[in-house]
Design a binder for this molecule. Sequence first.
Ligand code: ARG
Length: 444
Amino acid sequence: MSKLWQKTTNVNKLVENFTVGRDRELDRQMAAFDVLGSLAHTTMLQSIGLMDADDLVLVQRELKAIYADIEQDNFIIEDGVEDVHSQVEMLLTQRIGDAGKKIHSGRSRNDQVLVDLKLFFRHQLQQVVQETNKLFRQLIQLSEQHKDVLLPGYTHLQVAMPSSFGLWFGAYAEGLVDDLEMVLAAWKITNKNPLGSAAGYGSSFPLNRTMTTQLLGFESLNHNVVYAQMGRGKTERIIAQALSSVAATLAKMAMDQCLYLSQNFAFVSYPENLTTGSSIMPHKKNPDVWEIMRGKCNRLQALPNDVAMMTTNLPSGYHRELQLLKELLFPAFVDLTDCLQMATFMLQNITVNKTILDDPKYAYLFSVEEVNKSVLNGTPFRDAYKQVGLAIEQGNFNPDKNINHTHEGSIGNLQNEQISEAMDKILESFDFKKVEDAISWLVK
Ligand code: ARG
């Protein structure tokens, strides 16, 4: 018998395939976390007298063996087994008999999958934070390195005012700081324990939910058991918003890169082996990496909407389509971390063009600089504006290209130090250490 819930009737094969869907493949990614949940749950069961000490030793020894197999990529969800929860319980029962059948007391697959997902998401968010931080450091380094190299700033895609590579790289760095505020919010909401909510309405066993909260390194718990179940979908939506925020920053940067790499701009370049060629045009060096990144990150920005649409009118309580959220979220983490890594890699190899502004078409960038200079010498702004405007019209505008911007966050005062401090402060708010310690204790 392959179903945990199967008693006498065999479920129709078509129904089984349709409802199991991609669970066998996707649940594999939650397997280690399913075992961690069971380690915490069984420790708690023993503490309240629902499992004796000998059974606990037996069960935990096997759970740790399964955990090691998972870590070594030596674990599959067998055909005919519904999901990871069933596979782990089946392995335990095969190996240690009745003791294995006791681990499900006071628990339902509904809170089991909830806790697995929270642990999995926590792990994935940690990767996102670490990769975002690497990209951030790379951007700040480039911003400092090229702070004196000027770049045309555009509004309406028309030449506007002087900008700099210091500003451009630093802008994306600061953007990532705000994105991590969103990720921190997602982390906080994720980092609460739903275990013990069982099918969504609690249990008549005197479960110690505070204990499993501590064992799993959660910050606190979803107190209300009905709300714990409502967290499915809500957690995903909030995470999707956070991922989408990072993705939006990356997508914009990718678009800038494509534009700046175009021959009509030629502001930046990359070694030839980081660009791709054309099968027909022998001269081509295309920015495919940035284009794929732009596409993936634009698609990621649809994720909150996908999650919202899938869950929008569900009443409280468990519903099976919640399972489909895995299909949305799991690949999203892979895409985003890939994009973050590729962005960092590409930027390690970027060359900036130091002579962009020598081209006469960029002379007008300095019109506001000239106006401001007159204003500082006592001419009212509107008069100074007219004088410069007339000089441009008459073709005798010869700007001084030395610029002097001093205020906070401007070309001459990037405030990268303050931006880095803000980043460090956010990074300190993620209690990764507490999580790692809890997990090491559970599997030791
Ligand atoms: N695979 C299921 C999911 O992801 C596990 C929970 C099944 N619960 C149930 N009541 N059928 O939601």
